[in-house]
Ligand binder design. Structure first.
Ligand code: ATP
Ligand code: MG
Length: 360
């Protein structure tokens, strides 16, 4: 009896800066993993979207582009950002233009210190920083609601309205608690700022408390976001899963990535837990214009992203296996400069491929 090999259609959108370099590396590693394990196969389709095309055509996503993504099993995204395009335009026209209509309301950011790398924190023995950040990804402070009046005058006023719906909070909280329940510590911190914001985040706290009653085996605590930054820095071992709003989690996850060693290793998943639409996987880092084209970008964020993608597709063992190989390579000192090494993107990628070949 031989098992059926799963075939996955993956849309890759490398886009800007170091995006194409790290996505190329990620595809190489995924294909190696597929051929070694024989349990799945990937059919990649490259979408040449990004700031270069935008500057020529005025569009990030061509007519009908979004629809063409719908029947892929997942989207692998590089980075968007260009010195000639204001960030709020590029971000809204490409990344958020996919997240919002595809209802990718849960953004997952696992963070830990990989074996063979270290945290800049003094008090951080192995295993003590192992977090899962769950970020609300479709509403909150980044809902895009608001406007400007009296433009250009001394009386100009701009509003940026944060949207919190009971439905939006509840689906996110349920997902976050379910994630916490699957981890061995079964512990979640609900991050808030309901002392200063008296509507949206009060609703946030109320819904969290209600959802917590349905997860009696998950230990919940609540923390103001400012205090949370201190706790992450001084007592990382007291935290496991945290759930936070779009803006708060955005900031906390940059801090988390830095505390875990480098933004060059951190992955993100933009998930539609209903699985009606494809989910999107990307490294946390941006286009990194300062190192683009030099072949020195750390590809590990994309490898970890790839691992999270195959985990979402149902191949838990393969995902863990890939991370095991990545950590072996770090432990042997084959690391890029951001991790204190001197290897380039290609060397790290080849080392990981060889490791997959010999270990898995
Ligand atoms: P964007 O505008 O697209 O967000 P950015 O340059 O503002 O881009 P990042 O791309 O996140 O933000 O880069 C922040 C810093 O981290 C830069 O100095 C960059 O070189 C470094 N960096 C980011 N990603 C990597 C990586 N994969 N490997 C090595 N260094 C990285
Ligand atoms: Mg940036």
């Amino acid at each position: 009896i031989h098992s059926v090999r799963k075939i996955y259609k993956i849309a890759s959108i490398p886009a800007d800066g170091i995006g194409p370099e790290v996505i190329r590396a990620g595809i190489q590693v995924l294909n190696k993993l597929a051929s070694v394990l024989g349990e799945f196969e990937f059919h990649f389709n490259d979408f040449e979207w990004g700031s270069k095309v935008y500057k020529k055509t005025g569009q990030y996503i061509p007519e009908g582009g979004l629809d063409s993504l719908r029947d892929y099993n997942a989207i692998l995204f590089g980075a968007v950002g260009d010195p000639d395009v204001p960030d709020h335009i590029s971000l809204w026209s490409l990344r958020l233009a996919i997240c919002q209509p595809f209802q990718q309301y849960a953004n997952l950011r696992p963070t830990r210190v990989l074996r063979g790398t270290s945290s800049p924190l003094r008090n951080c023995p192995p295993g003590s920083l192992d977090w899962l950040i769950v970020r609300e990804n479709t509403e909150g402070e980044y809902a895009g609601q608001g406007g400007r009046t009296h433009i250009g005058t001394p009386w100009e006023v701009a509003t940026e309205v944060a949207i919190f719906s009971r439905h939006g909070i509840e689906r996110l909280m349920r997902f976050a608690f379910a994630c916490a329940q699957k981890r061995h510590r079964r512990k979640i911190t609900v991050v808030t700022k309901s002392n200063a914001q008296r509507n949206g985040l009060v609703l946030w706290d109320e819904v969290a408390a209600a959802v917590a009653r349905d997860f009696p085996d998950v230990e919940m605590d609540k923390m103001l976001v400012d205090a949370m930054t201190v706790r992450m820095t001084l007592h990382p071992e007291t935290i496991d899963t945290m759930v936070a709003t779009n803006l708060h989690a955005d900031i906390l996850s940059d801090l988390a990535a830095a505390l875990a060693g480098s933004i060059g290793v951190a992955p993100t998943s933009n998930l539609d837990p209903s699985r009606q639409y494809p989910s999107m996987f990307e490294p946390i880092h941006g286009s990194a214009g300062d190192i683009a084209g030099k072949g020195i970008a750390n590809p590990i964020a994309t490898f970890w992203t790839a691992a999270e993608m195959i985990r979402w597709l149902g191949h838990e063992g393969a995902a863990d296996g890939l991370m095991h190989c990545v950590e072996n390579v770090c432990e042997r000192g084959i690391k890029t400069r951001d991790l204190g090494g001197s290897a380039n993107t290609k060397e790290v990628t080849e080392a990981v491929c060889n490791e997959v070949e010999s270990v898995l």
